[in-house]
Design a protein around this ligand. Structure first.
Ligand code: DX5
Ligand code: ZN
Length: 213
C-alpha cells in the first residue's frame, strides 16, 4: 500500500518542516488538496504555496483538484510537474479531453469520485487513466469520519480495472487510519491518502509505516 499524507493537516506556519518530515519519514507521495470555495465549501492553496511545497518535497506530488474550472487549474499546476493531477468527474463535461491534456504535460491523469458517484460511470475512461481516487468523506475538510460504503465501491472498481486496465491504481481519500487500512487493502486499494491520522500521530513515521501494509 502506498501512502500519500495530505498536507492539508500540516502546520501551515511550519510547512517546509512538515513536508520535509513526511518525506524523510518514508511517505510515497505528497497529497495536495486544492479547493476553490465553489466546488467545495472551503478554500485552500494556490500555485504560490504549492510551488513552495514542490521545492521542499523529495517525493512526487499528488494534486487533488476540488474546483469548478478544472482546465484553468490544470494549466496553473502543470509547470510544477506533479506525478498526478486528479479532477472530480462530477465537475467535468469533457473528462476524456482533460485526461489527454494532463497527459500531454507528462503528468499522470486521475479521476476522483465523490461518495455517491458509481464507479461504472468511468468504465469507458479507465483505459486512459493512471489512477482513480475514491472519496471516503465528502470533499472539503480533513478530519472527517470514513464512509464505509467506499469499501464496496472499491471492490467493484477493482473488478472493473482488473478487466480493463490493471495498471490503473485505486486511491482512497478521507478518514483513513490503522482502523480501516486492512479492509481497504482487502478491497483492492493501492494508495491511501491520510491527513489527520498522520499529522496528529505522536510519530509521523510510525503512522506512515502502519499504513504501508
Ligand atoms: C478532503 C481532502 C482530504 C483530506 C483528508 O477533501 O481531499 O485529502 O485532507 O484528511 P483526513 O485524512 O483527515 O480525512
Ligand atoms: Zn484529497
Amino acid at each position: 500500500m502506498l501512502v500519500a499524507p495530505s498536507v492539508l493537516s500540516a502546520d501551515f506556519g511550519n510547512l517546509q518542516r512538515d513536508v520535509e518530515a513526511i518525506c524523510n519519514d518514508g511517505c510515497d507521495l505528497v497529497h495536495v488538496d486544492v479547493m476553490d470555495g465553489h466546488f467545495v465549501p472551503n478554500l485552500t492553496i494556490g500555485p504560490v504555496v504549492v510551488s513552495a511545497i514542490a521545492k521542499c518535497a523529495t517525493k512526487p506530488l499528488d494534486i487533488h483538484l476540488m474546483v469548478e474550472n478544472n482546465t484553468f487549474f490544470v494549466e496553473l499546476f502543470a509547470p510544477l510537474k506533479p506525478e498526478y493531477i486528479s479532477f472530480h468527474i462530477e465537475e467535468e463535461k469533457h473528462p476524456h479531453r482533460l485526461i489527454q491534456k494532463i497527459r500531454s504535460y507528462g503528468i499522470k491523469p486521475a479521476i476522483v469520485l465523490n461518495p455517491h458517484t458509481p464507479p461504472e460511470c468511468i468504465e469507458y475512461l479507465l483505459e486512459d487513466l493512471d489512477m482513480v481516487l475514491l472519496m471516503s468523506v465528502n470533499p472539503g475538510f480533513g478530519g472527517q469520519s470514513f464512509i464505509p460504503s467506499v469499501l464496496k465501491k472499491a471492490k467493484k472498481l477493482n473488478e472493473l480495472r482488473n478487466k480493463i486496465n490493471p495498471n490503473c491504481l485505486i486511491e482512497v481519500d478521507g478518514g483513513v487510519s490503522d482502523k480501516n487500512i486492512h479492509a481497504l487493502k482487502d478491497a483492492g486499494v493501492d494508495v491511501v491518502v491520510a491527513g489527520s491520522y498522520v499529522f496528529k500521530h505522536a510519530s509521523k513515521k510510525k503512522a506512515i509505516e502502519s499504513l504501508q501494509i
